[in-house]
Design a protein around this ligand. Sequence first.
Ligand code: BGP
Length: 484
Amino acid sequence: MIEPCRFPPDFVWGTATAALQIEGAADLDGKGPSIWDDFCRRFPERIHERSHPEVACDHYHRWAEDVGWMRRLGHSGYRFSLSWPRLLPQGRGAVNQAGLDFYDRLVDALLEQGIAPNVTLYHWDLPLALQSWENPEILEAWLEYAELCFRHFGDRVKLWSTLNEPGWSTMHGYLTGLHPPCQRDPRRALQVAHNLLWAHSRAVALYHRIWGRPEPGQGIGIALNLSPVHPASDSPQDAEAARLADGLLNRWFLEPVLLGRYPEEVLEFLRACGSAPRGHLDFAEPASQGGSAADSNPTVDWLGVNYYLPHHATADAPTTDFHLNISGDPQEASRFSIQGLFRFVQNPRGRYTDWNWEVDPDSLHEILLRIRDLRRLPVYVTENGIGLPDRLCEGQVEDSSRIAYVTGHLQAVHRAMQEGVDVRGYYMWSLMDNFSWLNGYRKRYGLLYVDRQTLQRTPKRSASWFAELARTGVLHGPEPASPS
Ligand code: BGP
């Protein structure tokens, strides 16, 4: 019998969402279009079942009901993103009052229910008017947007993150070309990643200028997608391929935000290939008097970890080839290969979802320990969850595999906490089934099932399980089920 895991009483229990994935009201009340609205309208065939986010979960109109669900599901925190084009329809300049009003109502309602908002400034829905993170105007526009949000909501919102997963959005926007703006150019991808990290660091410094240094566990952070990369075999070539992939996908983002500088080894590699980004490559500010360099960095107050799956890399990469399984047909394999560098392969011993995402809680534990060893700071798991083709049968959704998934990952979190990682909370992805980007609506992540015809929310079995966990802070397990 496994001992239950007891989480601290102030541990934050909640869920995460993103504006484009739940709000709908794509053109209502003065909202401007985002690059994702535009992409979905122009290339419907690239999205599973030609789904689109025009209505999504209609959270824009149903926010009060949704906050009610959060209360019933025991939330003490809720992570969501602001829609930049809802607040600044042209990306900069005129502010849309209706947008401010919407988020004011939401933030106030959350606080009334004792749910602490954790607000992300940017979850991929760039205003179409700004076009791209390559735009020379982007940094100024971003800082105007950040300042508007920090000043307007900062008296009530005490947890902020700048960007959601700059690694994932750059990779698919500029390397695989699968996400807008659909570019396939590694050099441009690296430049955009740098522009994002630079924008992030300037927003962190701006926040601190406006609101000062926060209480521990509050302030400003970033949500990074972190996936350990394991070598596919014992060969030295695969070990090197895994190191390189890890350097480019994890360390390239993790070290600037935690330590204020790029990993020298990766920078050297990029210089040698002529692909190092241009601009200020050092993010650190001089050490404050008497403080250590780490104290005075314009780096994050806390780190958000979005964790879903690990990777396995081989050096055998004869072609460049990218494909994502967006159908949920387990036969449709995802492919990620960069010619001559590395290719990701399936783990023969791994357990996979129908979308080919490996289920491996130990890799979350590994990532958390790695963060601890780089810098001790408060950490939130800002996303973790499983996409399943849930079905509503006689008013019930039996999603025991979701309960098993979250149980396994929370056990990994708890183990890491006992080993000294300062994890302050867990935001499950997601509150409700939503627009899963290229996967459309078939891939469901919610505690609440959303009927696509009526948009009615129905709590799944995992919802009452989560509510009990959040109420008691005691995790029993494991559940006997395995993923789909
Ligand atoms: C993260 C994103 C989320 C969410 C999640 C699940 O990368 O931050 O927005 O969608 O992944 O991914 P997907 O919906 O593609 O299955």
